[in-house]
Design a protein around this ligand. Structure first.
Ligand code: DUC
Ligand code: ZN
Ligand code: ZN
Length: 476
């Protein structure tokens, strides 16, 4: 009779704090032993020469989200979670989005129907609050938080989503009362609208002008304002998808004053620049996202922020729209003005390999910091730790076995998303997750998807880790 359901042997096991060579014993979907020379498992996986990391937690991605402009996201919970798993991620947290004038609970119920029976890995939901009515703030949100939806995103831009300062204060105050976490998309809507009108009047509508319409100052102002509003209410917030130096400096300055402000960045700010919006023809539309990728100097500042702790988490912000598709990037036709192109970049599968190769492989961040940024910290921030995001006794056996030597040229045809391009086409990386387990079940085996559709479970979240400054998430 075997001691364990599964034993992973002799891997270099890394967490946010340590790297040790040992076996991992799994029973009932959980890690139950960490030691050398463990007894027999029903199944053994030899991980000698490999790294064993906690499965990634992608704390910000968009899957099958209802869009108000008639566009359609290319990935649903099936293709999105297959792609995530193939890139070493075992938990995703996409968004149940409230439509203005509708209830949040309705959005959550609808989103459960979209996920039901489809996901191969575990998932939780953030909420998007677009209409913080008295009913939403006073009744719906407290009940939803109680039910495990403990983090929500608000927007300072996009006509169909944006909140004014008064509404933001209401949401922050509710988050403080309930112990929830607000994620803020910080860009100044009026500045963007004003600049866009001027660009359009001058005939400057090609994709590259998307970046002109949303310059760093627009993000810096909104970041500053969001932090000021959070300070007024005395509540932690997370500034999401920070694109460059100016917004990062706002977060750092707030932290220096002892404010519990968290920062997130994404691969596109580490690997793309505004020049990618200027590809031939309409191809630049592939890289339209908000905030836009910046210049090389800002890219460097984002790398520095990973190294020095300004950023707590790296998420994909996977927002999948096909390029050749009248519901995707070309919804208003090839050559449409940039303001009519759906915003978003795919990257749920490439998030970890890109950061591993260019960050850990090139010596910019330690392996522990990589694990912290991509798994442990998102799990802690969003109330899933220590069940997710680490390798410890009692944690779910969500594991990714990486070949740290494997050289891969990223091309769209090796990826598993349902998008017809990758922004990272042709990039060479070293290191790739080969075998991936969710709760002890192998979902990707030597690069082949073997997981069952519907094998992923919904995760109600605990209240997020209280974000006092001394609890800094920048653990290593
Ligand atoms: N910007 C967002 O705010 N969300 C999805 C994609 C994007 O570009
Ligand atoms: Zn956003
Ligand atoms: Zn997003």
């Amino acid at each position: 009779m075997a001691d364990f359901d599964l034993v992973i042997r002799n891997g270099r096991v890394a967490t946010a704090a340590d790297v040790v060579t040992c076996d991992i014993g799994v029973a009932g979907g959980r890690i139950v032993a960490l030691a050398e020379n463990l007894g027999a498992g029903e199944r053994d996986i030899d991980a000698a020469g490999k790294l064993v990391l906690p499965g990634g937690v992608d704390g910000h991605c968009h899957l099958d989200q209802l869009m108000s402009d008639g566009s359609r996201m290319a990935d649903d919970f099936r293709s999105g979670t297959i792609s995530a798993a193939c890139g070493g991620t075992t938990t995703v947290i996409p968004f149940a989005c409230q439509i203005k004038g509708h209830s949040l609970r309705e959005a959550v119920d609808d989103y459960h129907r979209r996920a039901e029976g489809k996901a191969l890995i575990d998932y939780a939901f953030h909420l998007i609050i677009s209409d913080p009515t008295e009913q939403v703030i006073g009744q719906e949100l407290p009940a939803l938080i109680h039910d495990g939806y403990t983090s929500f995103k608000i927007y300072m831009t996009y006509d169909d989503l944006k909140l004014n300062d008064r509404e933001i204060l209401e949401v922050f105050a509710l988050a403080r009362r309930e112990g929830a976490l607000t994620m803020v998309h910080a860009e100044n809507a009026d500045c963007i609208g004003w600049l866009t009108e001027r660009l359009e009047a001058a005939g400057r509508t090609a994709p590259r002008y998307h970046a002109t319409s949303r310059p760093p100052v627009v993000e810096r102002e909104a970041t500053h304002r969001a932090i000021a509003l959070a300070e007024l209410v005395d509540v932690p917030i997370l500034i999401v998808h920070v694109s460059g130096e100016e917004a990062a400096a706002q977060i750092q300055a707030a932290r220096d004053r002892g404010l519990p402000i968290h920062g997130e960045t994404c691969p596109h700010y580490l690997f793309l620049t505004a020049e990618d919006l200027d590809l031939d023809g309409f191809e630049g539309a592939k890289h339209i996202c908000s905030p836009p990728p910046r210049d090389a100097r800002n890219q460097e500042a984002v790398w520095r922020g990973l190294e020095n702790g300004v950023f707590d988490i790296v998420s994909s912000d996977h927002a999948p729209f096909r390029y050749h598709d009248d519901k995707g990037k070309m919804i208003r036709g090839k050559g449409a003005p940039f303001a009519q192109v759906p915003n978003g970049i795919p990257g749920i599968e490439t998030r970890l390999p890109l950061l591993f190769s260019e960050g850990v492989g090139k010596g910019r961040i330690s392996l522990n910091r990589f694990v912290a940024l991509t798994a442990t910290n998102p799990a802690r921030l969003f109330g899933l730790y220590p069940r997710k995001g680490t390798i410890a006794i009692g944690s779910d056996a969500d594991l990714a076995i990486w070949d740290p030597e494997r050289q891969v040229t990223i091309t769209n045809d090796i990826l598993h998303h349902n998008v017809d391009y990758t922004p990272y086409e042709g990039m060479k990386v070293q290191g790739w997750p080969e075998t991936v387990l969710c709760r002890g079940t192998v979902v990707v085996e030597q690069g082949t998807v073997v997981g069952a559709e519907g094998g992923g479970r919904f995760l109600p979240c605990e209240l997020p880790l209280s974000a006092r400054p001394e609890d800094s998430l920048a653990i290593s």
